[in-house]
Design a protein around this ligand. Sequence first.
Ligand SMILES: Cc1cc2nc3c(=O)[nH]c(=O)nc-3n(C[C@H](O)[C@H](O)[C@H](O)COP(=O)(O)OP(=O)(O)OC[C@H]3O[C@@H](n4cnc5c(N)ncnc54)[C@H](O)[C@@H]3O)c2cc1C
Length: 387
Amino acid sequence: MSASTKQSIANERRHKGVYDALVIGGGLVGSAIAFGLRQEVDHVAVLDEGDVAFRASRGNFGLVWVQSKGMGMPAYGHWTVSSQRLWSALAEKLEAITGLEVGLEQKGGLHAVLTEHEYESRVQFMNKLIEQPGMIHYQWKMLDRKELLDMVPGIGPEVLGASWTEIDGVANPLKMLRALHTAFDVQNVDYLPEHPVADIHFKNNIFEMDTPHGVVRAKKIVVASGLGNQVLGNQIGLSIPVRPQRGQIIVLERTKRMLQLPFATLRQMDEGTWLIGDSQEEAAYADGEVGLPILATLANRAVRTIPKLRDVRVVRSWSALRVMSKDGFPIYEESPRFPGAFVATCHSGVTLAAAHALRLAPMVVEGKLSEEMAPFSTRRFNVQATT
Ligand SMILES: Cc1cc2nc3c(=O)[nH]c(=O)nc-3n(C[C@H](O)[C@H](O)[C@H](O)COP(=O)(O)OP(=O)(O)OC[C@H]3O[C@@H](n4cnc5c(N)ncnc54)[C@H](O)[C@@H]3O)c2cc1C
């Protein structure tokens, strides 16, 4: 019996009636929302394609990251910080329910600079970001080489410094996904793999999802199907402009813990494994290949940052597709044509997991997104440019 058959048997529908709430998409975004929904209502289901899917959730870097977020949309800065603040509450809740911890460390984060030009650009970027009207203020600092050496003793001679915030952090994304799915088991959320949704109908105030295993019904739905949102959004009357953006990551063997604070593109996990990441390449859907020139560039920068990595062996590398909206910011919206149907998509599903579970899900149950969510509507893509 294949692993996926075993999984589907283990995940049969337990609730036979109309679900209170249902999420389409069992990646990190959909799973975090479903977890949050279950804290509010009794009968929740998650429909997913299963292991055949192009998933961002299994290929990411695990940053719970604030610095750099919100340039051009201060509301995104606020939303990100609100999630960062709630992350420990989410981790504690998950651990209380499942007994699993998710490797959350929020001790600060660094963005390394290796040249004078990078140093100046970083200072300018961070100042511009924080000084935007309406932007949330948090403590950040440009560290010079000496200050950085005090924090990270092993940096290479080329490293001139880093931007630092005390509020950035990391989680272990695979542990996170596992904890969410274990919580589904414990709390009787019906996680249904191999249930790709082909069509969504709205009849008598109930949503009906057509799947190869029959129709599944719910009072409220959240379309959180990653790159699938473009197609499924149309079914609830919303045009969701998302595209795949490939990211590649290199995994190095486990060593004793040497790096306590994560860099934006280099971190050591709670269990000792190193991750070097992560490229940002415009990609076609089926184009998931890993390319040596890009990996070499990533590796080169990592070794220049921490020279000791030269002696640490590569275990594997992977690529995954980010879910990128037209302007890079998240999209959250309730369908004006089909009230009770919501869409959620973003490219920082780890960082935003706490906001999705503990803030967005209650709004879905209440049947209304709060005012602060207005900037994330797709209406922003339809604004006519003034000349
Ligand atoms: C290389 C890389 C590094 C990253 N690093 C970070 C990071 O450090 N921090 C961070 O916060 N984020 C990071 N991300 C982003 C993060 O991984 C994504 O935001 C997140 O995984 C997106 O999750 P998702 O659930 O929207 O999409 P996905 O993980 O793609 O999941 C979508 C799900 O929808 C399902 N689906 C699709 N169509 C249908 C359908 N018709 N019916 C039913 N189900 C359907 C699929 O089966 C799939 O399981 C990174 C991403 C990449 C690629």
